[in-house]
Design a protein around this ligand. Structure first.
Ligand SMILES: [Zn+2]
Length: 462
């Protein structure tokens, strides 16, 4: 049985859906389009971009001039040539021109509008107006993620991503019960429950002591775990230090922060399962999902156009790292054309899995991950350094540029490091900053999180 939910309780098989059948139909289209060639996907995207550009031209003050300046006039098909001439939309643009970016009207069928706030982890908080249609696209991408992860919907999920407001709201859920410091809900919630019967979902705050988190996981024995990479690393190290085991997990799903190879390795060692990661942001929704058969990411081409460009603005080639531009294809309330999300990514070659969806080898991190030198020159910081995180006693670390001449490596450790481990740290810092910054290594009790609960691997106080 495929576990599909029938909308009519008197019918069990086949499942008849009177509700949310549109979402199901969308998913079935995704099943097909993921195997299209890159050219076919591009053609379909430009068909949609023509509609979006026409809408922007007519209803969005910010774009009237911008589109005409690059040679786009009403009734025209949008082409890759015209598109590539369109100026990049920065976070500053979105913050400063919020009103002018709003459409004066949009089709009623797109549903109600609501604001999506960015976490502000880049230092430039922005908010974007979306419609119900963006929500549907988010749901479809999320369901693709679940399908790609090959999940069993009947199992219990432990959600430790941390959202105090969500927990508060859900505690009012009549089906919610409290257990081991967390909240157990009768199902996974939307969008999974729109289409399927699911197992339970437990919610636990990742700010609780590690002992409480471990106890909770061991007691609940979830099939899946959702949490940020930095929180996952802490709990894995705790399990190892205490000699604890957990063999119920099929996979761990992470978001928000980048996942490095050492984290994947520790997860396989301690929990015996893989890490599945996705790439999204509040302003645009899902951007890319981890390939079901690899560690690379595939752009969700059905809902976003993802471009990676070099310093000159040309498309980056496979193996090259460039700036990520995202265009949500269905945001008609506040169109974002070529929006620079603030991350960099490495372009991948066509994926061996056979999907035509563009491939990103890795999301490198925030554009802000640069140290500034007294000369004004900026140098990229390689965070998530494999050699640092491979030291077993290192629970977490953060690089902080404290002045134009100095940088600190701050570490939370579970025991004092030995001579050899200290030497590794010295070597890493020398290789990364030798010759242009003075570095110090500082051991701290804990590292601060952003208001969204995210651990930044690099911060600049300059
Ligand atoms: Zn693939």
């Amino acid at each position: 049985m495929d576990g599909l939910k029938s909308a009519i309780p008197e019918l069990a098989w086949p499942s008849v859906m009177t509700d949310h059948s549109g979402l199901m139909a969308l998913l079935r289209q995704y099943d097909v389009s993921q195997w299209w060639t890159a050219e076919q996907l591009m053609e379909a995207q430009f068909l949609q971009l023509s509609k979006l550009a026409e809408h922007a031209l007519r209803t969005v003050p910010f774009y009237g001039r911008r589109l005409r300046d690059v040679g786009y006039v009403s009734g025209m098909n949008m082409t890759p040539e015209i598109w590539s001439r369109l100026p990049i939309l920065t976070r500053d643009d979105v913050r400063d021109a919020e009103e002018k970016l709003r459409a004066t009207s949009y089709p009623k069928t797109f549903g109600e509008t609501s604001w999506a706030n960015s976490g502000g982890s880049t230092g430039i908080p922005v908010r974007v107006l979306k419609t119900g249609m963006d929500g549907v696209m988010w749901q479809a991408a999320h369901l693709r993620e679940l399908e790609w992860n090959g999940i069993d919907f009947s199992l219990e999920i432990a959600n430790l991503r941390g959202a105090a407001s969500l927990m508060k709201a859900l505690s009012q859920n009549p089906g919610a019960i409290e257990d081991s410091g967390g909240l157990i809900l009768p199902d996974w919630g939307h969008p999974a429950t729109l289409l399927r019967k699911t197992g339970r979902m437990g919610l636990l705050e990742p700010t609780l002591p590690l002992a409480t988190q471990a106890e909770y996981l061991i007691k609940r024995r979830p099939g899946y775990l959702i949490m940020r990479p930095s929180g996952l690393r802490l709990i894995l190290v705790y399990f190892r230090e205490m000699g604890l085991t957990l063999d119920s997990l099929r996979s761990v799903w992470t978001m928000s922060e980048s996942v490095d190879e050492s984290l994947r390795e520790v997860c396989r060692e301690i929990f015996g399962c893989p890490v599945k990661s996705s790439y999204s942001c509040n302003e645009t929704g899902y951007i890319a999902l981890q390939c079901p058969s690899g560690l690379n990411y595939h752009a969700v081409s059905e809902s976003v156009l993802v471009e990676v460009i070099d310093k000159q603005g040309n498309p980056s080639k496979p193996g090259e790292i460039g700036r990520v531009l995202v265009t949500p294809l269905h945001n008609y309330a506040m169109p974002l054309l070529r929006y620079q999300v603030g991350d960099e990514a490495e372009v991948g070659p066509p994926c061996s899995c056979g999907r035509g969806l563009p491939s990103l080898t890795r999301i490198v991190g925030r554009l802000q991950d640069y140290v500034t030198l007294r000369s004004g020159e900026k140098k990229r910081v390689h965070t998530g350094h494999y050699r640092i995180s491979a030291i077993r006693a290192v629970r977490e670390f953060q690089l902080v540029q404290t002045s134009l001449e100095t940088i600190e490596l701050r570490l939370v450790v579970s025991r004092a490091l030995n001579e050899e481990e200290n030497k590794v740290l010295e070597e890493v810092m020398k290789k990364s900053f030798g010759g242009y910054l003075k570095w110090t290594i500082v051991f701290v009790e804990s590292l601060p999180r952003t208001s969204a609960g995210k651990l930044m691997q690099f911060r600049s106080e300059v």
